[in-house]
Write a protein that binds this ligand. Structure first.
Ligand code: GAL
Length: 985
């Protein structure tokens, strides 16, 4: 049917379109049609397994909308869970995933690379391949990503030459990384049978650019065997590297229209992009229009409003309005950043952001579904199953209310199918507005809706489809949006939806007058001129309508209200067939064996299901258990998935036995720091100017992460009245100073980077002898290099340390020692890696590790009943039992109403799972992923409390699951967690 009609359809489409469109677009449409809509595929000449034209990319010749989501393996340090998350992507009908690769995560020291354990990127490729997701690789070398140094390894801070520029030193360093990572990426390309289809050059390299550098990257990837098309994400529609030296095969851009201030989440900006199509035509018309990062959430800073607010800002309504606008503009490659944000555990984040990187994304930090996830599924399934959408050109349809409602017309160049993307001109409008559209179809010209109302109710956008051949049916138009359609053998099925209570019309072509329509009273039907029109209100559930007699095959129309539509899943059982199931929280997979279908998935309560299956499937299992299905009317089976309450157990930490030890002996003047590194540098490669010598930047001495200690010794004299210090570190950093063991003060960096300690002579300063200043610096990571200006080299330490009252100040008046994590770049704990531990005494001595003998420590209880100064350590163990077949993602939560200034580091089985700032927030709940935490056994918990105020008292801490799901979560192995003994060897 499709083939036969194709030629006439195209000419009709031209006729229909020319009457309403503006001239330049018509010319463009004509040009495209001359090319046949199937214009010759372009390739990079290295492989034809991934090709493209102006519309889309094609993978092994198959045209597809690349619906991708961003996932960071380094933000989920439990490789067993990667499969879980990527199964969720696939379940939501994503067909792609974009992986950043984080150089610093793999390289603690120049020349040292690690791809083992939690760093085993092969497992990420394997998980993507197993679930069937195409992979976009983004190995930088610079990646941004709210990471320490924007992904650069800390040792690169010592590089003299500028990063992200073509120069011998930087070339050698980037080559070192790319040689290491390219091995994995190249071996996992589609050409090798793997999932990788595209490879990005650097990241948003849009300021201080250097084409030679980009060209050098391209060449290096090539030398290392990367043959898939290269891509580049311009920071916006700015034309960087769209053409010329350094340009990739498929140029694209990034866009975050809602911004990153989640504190006023409903105040959307009115800055939806409407000029992309023109830009694309001017810039890279022969390539598909690609947005390699489109806002899927937002990061939140220390002291920010928290991720629930970010979710509110970038919620399902945002997904409707902004993503559909992308499609209207012509985007056919879309990567949603983030789709799963995860956890910036340990020291991996840059200073702006705290531990959770939930991002308000579609899938939450503990891996839970959101309404936005389901909304994304509604869109993705439509894009994958309503194929004419992939090859469209824009036209301007006629509509009423066009001052209020913008309608983009998209006409398929291969069939008569047209789409109308309707949205409010004012994206943030909350008004209810009615509109009509004039449609021209092969079945006649109409104004739709013909007899009911079509509305946009507030922050909504709709894609309406007309003149569409699907399975053995011909849709004339539908004012409900299409989720998907499927040939089930004896009949076809289509699922359509809109908000509850909104009117809908659905019109198909029928033959003769014998058409039977079976539906409840809420649906009326009328046939005129061979067109059957259903008119209805969208229900709160899903209303089935069964049409027989008028079409080649019967048609089941499932009319869903929005909430109900969210819980429809169209799960593929093979390349051409999807089965429909309604109800479950998550449907991971479906597979057919003879007449039985086996689903796997998750439920959060006893769930009534409806299932629509091909005729030859007559029974079903759910997670291996037989489900009693009843064959209802119209080919809809019904059944129930029983939720059985599990017996989940975990230790009540308030009842647990805790051990306590003080942990800042460095404050004591007698402390032996003879093994510490002497700070004796006179120059630095840092970009931070300094006022005194020696250089007091910890990175210059090989210490990069977490807490840093500086101890300064000076000989007293009657002249010295005090000293003046200026700390330099990132947002939310803090520092504490002691003199000769006495607490002098604790300072947050925002308000008190500089402090003069005065009038100390005659009191704390020993005028006759040696004096010791002890400084603890709580760092929060390094800056990134967004502007390609080497900002990542900002120092962590002190720019100035000067004695006061000395008339004849020498430039070097204090002798300094510096200390950070044990071993510096020669990691004491290579398994947990460079960002796990900092320079606290307890960290250097393995107090955070499983098996540390704390029996000599004092007993304590939490909440702590004593106020403690300096650093305090608490240790306990806890048990968890989450039975197999359940997923109950666990968290640790701090409860403390005081605003006492203290910070903590949370160690679970030796893993630094979070930094808490009691005085700043907003994060109080910390995700403990399965695999890091043993969910069927015993775990070690250690909490280091760093008092910034003179004393602090740790509040309550509790274990708490986020949710309990009866789940087909894949088995998760415990990660290797070396204990204290291993450190002693
Ligand atoms: C983009 C960048 C990403 C990430 C994002 C904000 O500019 O490419 O790496 O930083 O912003 O979350």
């Amino acid at each position: 049917m499709l083939l036969k009609g194709a030629l006439t359809s195209i000419s009709l489409a031209i006729a229909a379109v020319t009457s309403v469109i503006a001239v330049p677009i018509r010319q463009n449409l004509a040009r495209r049609q001359n090319e046949g809509g199937n214009s010759t595929d372009l390739t990079n000449g290295l492989t034809d397994l991934v090709s493209w034209d102006t519309y889309t990319v094609k993978v092994q010749g198959e045209r597809l909308f690349l619906f991708s989501g961003e996932f960071h393996y380094y933000r989920l340090p439990s490789p067993g869970l990667w499969l879980d998350i990527l199964q969720k992507f696939k379940a939501l009908d994503y067909n792609g995933v974009s992986f950043y690769f984080f150089w610093g995560y793999h390289s603690p020291k120049k020349g040292v690379y690690d791809f083992e354990g939690i760093r085993d990127v092969q497992k990420a490729f394997d998980a993507a391949a197993e679930v069937g997701l195409h992979v976009i690789t983004r190995a930088g070398p610079y990646i941004n990503s709210e990471l320490d140094c924007g992904g650069f390894p800390s040792w690169l801070m010592d590089m003299h030459s500028p990063a992200r520029k073509y120069n011998p030193e930087n070339n050698a360093n980037t080559e070192e990384w790319l040689t290491a990572i390219d091995k994995y990426m190249a071996a996992n390309q589609i050409t090798e049978g793997g999932p990788v289809i595209m490879n990005q050059l650097d990241n948003e390299f849009s300021f201080n650019t250097d084409p030679h550098y980009m060209e050098h990257l391209k060449q290096k990837f090539l030398d290392d065997g990367m043959v898939v098309p290269t891509i580049f994400n311009d920071v916006g529609t700015n034309g960087n590297f769209a053409r010329g030296e350094g340009a990739p095969d498929i140029y694209g851009w990034d866009r975050y229209p809602a911004g990153f201030d989640c504190s006023n989440p409903l105040a959307w900006p009115n800055n939806r992009s409407t000029d992309w199509r023109d830009y694309h035509e001017r810039t890279n018309d022969e390539q598909p229009m690609a947005v390699y990062e489109f806002q899927g959430g937002a990061f939140d800073p220390w002291g920010g409003p928290g991720y629930p607010e970010c979710y509110k800002m970038v919620n399902e309504q945002y997904a409707k309005v902004y993503y559909k606008n992308n499609y209207a503009q012509g985007i056919r490659i879309q990567n949603l950043y983030m789709t799963y944000g995860g956890t910036s555990w340990g020291g991996i984040p840059k200073p702006t952001v705290y531990t959770s990187y939930d991002y308000g994304a579609a899938i939450t930090e503990p891996g839970l579904m959101t309404t936005k996830a389901y909304e994304n599924k509604l869109q993705a399934t439509f894009l994958h199953t309503v194929k004419p959408f992939l090859t469209t050109e824009r036209f301007e349809p006629e509509s009423d209310n066009s001052d209020i409602i913008l309608i983009d017309g998209l006409a398929d160049v291969n069939t008569p199918t047209k789409f109308y993307v309707a949205q409010h001109w004012l994206s943030k409008s909350e008004d209810l507005d009615e509109f009509h559209i004039k449609i021209e179809t092969t079945d006649g010209n109409f104004e739709i809706p013909r007899s009911s109302k079509l509305v946009l109710n507030g922050r909504d956008a709709k894609i309406l489809t007309t003149d569409f051949d699907f399975n053995s049916q011909h849709l004339v138009y539908s004012t409900s949006e299409i989720f998907t359609h499927q040939d089930m053998g004896s009949h076809d099925v289509i699922v359509v939806y809109a908000y509850e209570e909104e009117d809908g019309e659905f019109a198909i072509k029928v033959n003769g007058d014998d058409t039977q329509v079976e539906a409840d009273d809420s649906v009326t039907s009328e046939t005129a001129d061979g067109i059957l029109q259903l008119t209805y209100k969208h229900p709160s559930g899903t209303t089935p309508v069964y049409i027989s007699g008028g079409t080649e095959k019967d048609l089941l129309v499932l009319i869903a209200g929005y909430r109900s539509a969210l819980r429809w899943w169209a799960t593929p059982i093979n390349k051409d067939t999807r089965v429909l199931i309604h109800g479950p929280y998550l449907v991971r997979t479906a597979s057919v064996s003879e007449s039985s279908i086996a689903f796997t998935g998750d439920i959060d309560e006893t769930t009534a299901i409806q299932v629509v299956l091909p005729d030859d499937i007559t029974s079903m299992t759910w997670n291996g258990e037989q489900v009693q299905l009843e064959q209802g009317e119209h080919g809809i089976w019904t059944g129930t998935l029983e939720f059985t309450e599990p017996d989940i157990q975990y230790t009540d930490l308030q009842e647990a036995t805790w051990k306590y030890s003080p942990g800042s002996p460095e404050a004591d003047p007698e402390f032996d720091d003879s093994e510490w590194v002497t700070a004796d540098h006179l120059s630095t490669n840092s970009t931070t100017p300094h006022d005194t010598w020696p250089i007091l930047y910890a990175d210059d001495y090989g210490f990069h992460t977490g807490v840093l200690w500086f101890r300064g010794t000076f000989n007293g004299s009657s002249e010295i009245t005090g000293f003046n210090l200026t700390a330099h570190s990132g947002d939310a950093s803090a520092w504490v100073a002691w003199l000769n063991g006495e607490y002098l003060g604790g300072f947050d960096i925002e308000n008190n980077a500089n402090h003069a300690f005065t009038d100390l002579n005659g009191t704390l300063i020993d005028a006759e002898g040696e004096n010791v200043i002890s400084l603890l610096l709580w760092t929060t990571g390094h800056e990134d290099d967004f502007n390609a200006d080497d900002d990542y080299k900002q120092a962590r330490g002190f720019t100035q340390a000067e004695l006061l009252g000395v008339s004849n100040q020498t430039i070097w008046s204090i002798d300094w020692k510096v200390q950070g994590n044990l071993g510096g770049e020669d990691l004491a704990d290579p398994v947990r890696g460079p960002y796990n531990e900092g320079g606290l005494y307890g960290e250097r001595n393995g107090w955070h590790l499983p098996g540390f003998p704390d029996n000599e420590w004092e007993d304590a209880s939490i909440p702590e009943s004593n106020s403690r100064t300096g650093v305090s350590w608490y240790r306990t163990s806890f048990e968890v039992n989450i039975p197999d077949g359940y997923d109950a993602p666990l968290s640790l939560r701090y409860i403390d109403d005081s605003k006492t200034r203290y910070r903590t580091i949370l160690y679970v089985n030796g893993w630094n799972m979070g930094r808490y700032a009691n005085d700043l927030g907003p994060q109080t709940q910390y995700y403990l992923p399965k695999g890091i935490v043993n969910t069927q056994g015993e775990n070690t918990l250690a909490i280091a409390v760093i008092a910034i105020d003179e004393a602090a008292q740790l509040g309550q801490v509790i274990l708490e699951p986020y949710d309990v799901l009866q789940s087909a979560i894949p088995p998760v192995e415990l990660v290797e967690s070396p204990g204290y003994d291993a450190r002693q060897q």
